[in-house]
Design a binder for this molecule. Sequence first.
Ligand code: ADA
Length: 570
Amino acid sequence: MNFRTFIQHEIRRTGSLDGIWQAWPELSDSGACPSGAPASAVPLVTPGVWEAQPGWERYRGLMWYERNIDLPAGSLRMVFAGVSHSARVYLDGELLGEHDDAYTPFAVETYLSTAGSHRLTLRIDNRFGQHASLHVENDYYTYGGITRPAEWQALSDAFLVRSKIIPRSVSGRWTLDLEAVVRSTRDVEQVLTLNLEAFGQNLELKADLRLKPNEQRSVHATIDVPEGADEWSAEAPNLHTATLSLIGENQRPIDDLVERIGLRTVRVEGDRLLLNEQPISLRGFNRHEDHPQFGCALPVSAMAYDLALMRDCGANAVRTSHYPNDQRFLDLCDELGMLVWEESHARSVSFDHPTYRVQIDRSTTEMVQAHANHPSVVIWGCLNECETRTQAGADEHGRVLNLLRELDDSRPVTYASMYHEQDLAYGHTDIVSWNRYDNWYIREPVAEKLKGVMDWLHADPATGGQGKPVILSEFGAGAIYGYRKATCDRWTEEYQAEALAECLDAYLDQSGVIGAFIWQFCDVRVTEGGGTQHGPWSTRPRTMNNKGVFDEYRRPKLSKQTVIEKMRIK
Ligand code: ADA
């Protein structure tokens, strides 16, 4: 049990790479893998961020991580659920692979002729620059380190790379659309069998699965779910285990992959969002993965605490602003019945950046490939507050939204817009989502203003959003924890509570609004700039985004009570 809150492999042999690594900064950027840790190396625990180490709280640069591990002989892969933000992985000094972006998993593969101790080294980079288009100075912090779990996996003659299991309901009967990606690790042809165990049945999905030498193949199947199987909903989040296994040429199981699924449908009809064909209103928070002690590498108990606080406020939904989350967080959401808007990584990025296209496509693809089986994820999102006022910007939104649909056609897609009546991309989205800062960046009568924009949206087909549902994807106001004043000035807890109360009343009362996500769950660290420059975010008081209903230590501000009163579905 490493990447998930449940065990994924009974047959595949795995070993955790979490624990103590030796770490030291690379100051020369020579590019060469060092032959061992220097005496100055510091033991760091992973998952974790190096900013948790005294002296390295604001280090931005290159860092080497190294540890010796005992590995079995044969085909192996090392899987990293998240390294922030770019990594090169070496085994015994040899480069096995690289990956950029902090928020999606990756694997590197190798073959070892003998078992024994090996030196695993990572070169980790959290710098900003030409190589990183999605990690830019931002209103959140890009930490450094092996920030999510990691493990080695011993591979048999073939293995299950991933699976996508989508539940569908046709005339009241459930089926599963299954795609299993299988890869051979041998350089001879093999004939295997793929089985699925689910709902108390053991099904042969594909006998005679012929794999050419080292071939990777997708196997597709449609499975009938036995009648009476429990459905998944926010109120009754019933999960089912689906175990895929590969049977080798000797008729013995050689690999397995355990997934959890929930039987539910989600779709947009007119201006409504339907979960299991029932209209649903999403109410909750935007949440960053951030904590003063753990950075973005929250332990699972801290994730569970965040969810408990949200539910205490009456939330039924969370938006993973602005990137794919640690999968254990989604596991908890599956178990609790929390509804999730998950989005690929991007907050106000430039489409002209030389690596933008390749990196946004990778973040989007890797997110859906890794997380499509979570019933809690009901919306895929992308491109928070990017350029939508130009035709080129709108086209790019269309392209990424279509990529999401190609990867998974079973969920509505959206993006959070900041341009409202100037936005040209609504024609491409299933749900119109607005980030509005009424009562903070703008001071106008909230309900009236929203009604005006809604009337504009629906008045003319040319807006592209006519008749579509609307989500208030962000709204909020800053408050410094403990700053209270009867005058109710900006930055006081009183001001925040009043601002949120007015917004929640106005938004939740507006017909056609199917969701509201408060900005934000808790205060988070922002990028303060570096070197001789004060970055654009350094003007934020405390170099934090202070719009949390909780502060960074999860202490409630006055607005928690307001949210409890206003947000819960009556
Ligand atoms: C935007 C953005 C958030 C945050 C927020 C704010 O809407 O999407 O990431 O920066 O504004 O606090 O101003």
